[in-house]
Design a protein around this ligand. Sequence first.
Ligand code: HEM
Ligand code: HEM
Length: 178
Amino acid sequence: MTLQNTSDQWGWLSKVFHWITAVLIFIQIPLGYYADDLKLSPLKIDMFVWHKSIGMLILMLVILRLLWRIKTTIPSAIAGTVLEKSLAAAAHYALYCLMLALPLSGWVISSAANFPVKLFWLIPLPAISGPDESVKLLATEVHEVCVVTLILILIVHIGAAFRHHVLLHDNALKRMWF
Ligand code: HEM
Ligand code: HEM
């Protein structure tokens, strides 16, 4: 397995980025709903420190991943109709946008709510907005819409990966696996 992607295989760095981010997203979504549902308590505050820290880690990984994506080759699209290829590309593009929009809107919620964040209880996160109730409400709306959109696209994304593997027997899933 090479570091760089080739025209028909993902390299190990792209795979590591994909699967670490996937695991973090699978933790982050239920954690967000769980923390949001808790009554105000030390547990809720701790769960939000985890949520915000993991979210910012996802943001950093996505930025590095996109920089790497610009630098390296992108494997050619899996065989399929023009429509299938366009939908897959649109879904991947949307996933990248959501992985940027979610942490950024979350960061705005915390800043506008005047709730400073310490990443993993260690590194203080600077505010990216002054305290402002209407900005907080707007960012909360954006965060919620992005979460639901992410879940819907992921259902299609994961369904498509398994359709290729189980029904079409091509290498779509294998070339993203180790
Ligand atoms: C069980 C879970 C998942 C499976 C089986 C899966 C499978 C795959 C596969 C097979 C590809 C490669 C497609 C190709 O070669 O054309 C891929 C690409 C991609 N996946 Fe996933 N994925 C999963 C979870 C996720 C999650 C949680 C995210 C992020 C929210 C994600 C984001 C992406 C993105 C952005 C690409 C495009 C890569 C690029 O073009 O740079 N995936 N996924
Ligand atoms: C990919 C990253 C992220 C995902 C998938 C995610 C997901 C979620 C989910 C599922 C919820 C509960 C439902 C909702 O209220 O929308 C939530 C709420 C929340 N998240 Fe995130 N989040 C991410 C990143 C962040 C970051 C980086 C921060 C802050 C720095 C953050 C701050 C918040 C806050 C403050 C709430 C409560 C919003 C409210 O009052 O309803 N999130 N998030």
